[in-house]
Structure formats: structure tokens, C-alpha cells
Design a protein around this ligand. Sequence first.
Ligand code: 13P
Ligand code: SF4
Length: 319
Amino acid sequence: MPKDISILESRIKELKKQRDAIILAHNYQLPEVQEVADYRGDSLELSRIAAKTEAKVIVFCGVYFMAETASILSPEKLVIMPDKHAGCPMANMLSAEDLRKLKKEHPDAAVVGYVNSSAEVKAELDYCCTSTNAVAVVNHLKDKKEIIFVPDKYLADFVAKKTGRSQGRGLAPDSQSQRTLITWNGFCPSHIKILPEDVKRERKFHPFAKVIVHPECLPSVVAMADAVLSTSQMAKFARETEAKEMIVGTEVGLIYRLKKDNPGKEFYPASERAICPNMKRTTQEKILWSLEELKEEVKVPDDIRKRAKKAIDRMLEIV
Ligand code: 13P
Ligand code: SF4
């Protein structure tokens, strides 16, 4: 490790104490960020930590919707992002206005939204969900004929298959008993770079490896997996499985954590192209700067926050 990095690390540690701050890092963050984090995790874990921390300041190393979620759950805390421009393209694919229109078209539908969405969109939801619990949330609503599920069409496809629902923009007249998931055209630009031929190729090179993939992947890739998991579920799977080798179908940043936590095992990215540039914007320099200046604050206006919180609380009650 270069000398200056360790100087930055010790300065970050000092300032963290002075500011009464904790650093939360998503599993896709750069190794140098994971190294100074108090907690690493997936969206659900980081939300839970944000909800219960006693620290005064939360430094959120991830993308914007994640910091917003922390602010929704802990409004009395100062939530700061070392790089506020780290957005999630999938979250930006659906506006609150889009969702209000969809709700008007399906007035009887329950509305479930992936956590990868803006606070304004969350304020329109009945239930929030993450990749860990999307199936459980939709199963919880088993008596509802129509469920709007936004914005990720590929997560929706996975959930529809797992819960025995068809997908569409409404019930066909001859299938009134059909249980439908009404989807949106959102997707993750990083996960769709993983192709079935990538998995095939890696399987050929590593015939004994288990294939684990994120549900944001293409359905053709999901169909090839031994397990479909959120990023922290992958971390758990890697710890607990007897398998010594794994092909990992998600953003490449997770590999660092998997290797570090499991020194005796081998991990191969399904595709080196699956990189989320927004997740790579945060660096140690930016963390230090944000702790020095207590910037940049992420704060959700109170009216939106209260409505969005209801959808997140309902999710946390189920799981
Ligand atoms: P996880 O909640 O599984 O970490 O996923 C978040 C995400 O943005 C995946 O692209
Ligand atoms: Fe959004 Fe995809 Fe990046 Fe996750 S990996 S934050 S879904 S763009």
C-alpha cells in the first residue's frame, strides 16, 4: 500500500472519532474505501445500520439513493456523501410522475418499489424492497391480483417467476384470475453487460465452480445460476458453501470482499465488464474531505421523507 494511503487512513480514523461519525460502504466500493469503512453491506444491511446507529454523522459511500435511504431512516443524523454525483442510472429511469401515471392506470394495484429509486418515488410506494427480500415482499401480498413492481424489469422477471405471477401492463379480459406483476422498463446498465456466453466461458474454465448471480442480471444469465442472491447473500453463500470456487455474476467490486473474507477460496468475475462507474467515484481523499468539511449533505424534505419511510418500515416489518 502506498505510504500516503496509510496517512490518509489514519487521518480519516482520527476525524471519524472527532466528528462522531461512522462510515458505511456498499459492497461494490473500491478496496481503499472498504478498508476504512466501519460497515460494508448490501442495501438492506446498510439501511438497517443507518436506522439504528447512535453516531451523529453517517458518511455514506455508495450511490445517491442509498444515502437518501439513510437520511429517510435517520433524519436527526447528518448524512454526508463523499461524492454526491454518484447516482444510480436505474433509479433515474423512473420519476415520481411516471409512477403516479402507472398508479392511475392500475388503481387497485399494490405498489412495490425496489430500493434503487429516488425518495420521491419511494413516497409513492406501499412497500419498498431490496434484492434480498423482493420475493418475500411480493409473497406477502399474495391476495393482491395486481402488483406494480418498479423500476427493474429483470428483478421483476425473477420475482414473477418465483411467485408464480405473470407480467404485463394489466389483466387480459379472459384471465381475470391471473395474478400479475406490472413492470417498468428499468434495468441496471452494469449488470446487463454480463452475458450467457460469459457464464458459459467461465464454466468451461472452472468446471467445479458454483455460479452465483445478482437478480439484476438478464433472465438468460439468471437461468444459468446455481444461486440468485443479493451482494451480502453472496458474501454469506461464499462463507458457508463447501465449494472452493465461485463464478460471480455481479458488479466486480464484490470480488475484493469475497477474496478477503475467504482466503482459501477462488472467485472469478462472470464478466470483467460489469463495472458500476458511480460506485467507483468515492475515494479515500473524498472521504477525508467530506469528514473535514462535513459535506455534502443528503437530506430528504420532511413531507417526502415521512411518506417514503412508511414504505421502508413496511418492508422492515415483513423481513
Ligand atoms: P444489493 O442490495 O444486492 O447490494 O444491490 C444493490 C445494487 O445496487 C445492485 O446493483
Ligand atoms: Fe445502480 Fe447498477 Fe450501479 Fe447498482 S450496479 S448502483 S443498480 S447502476
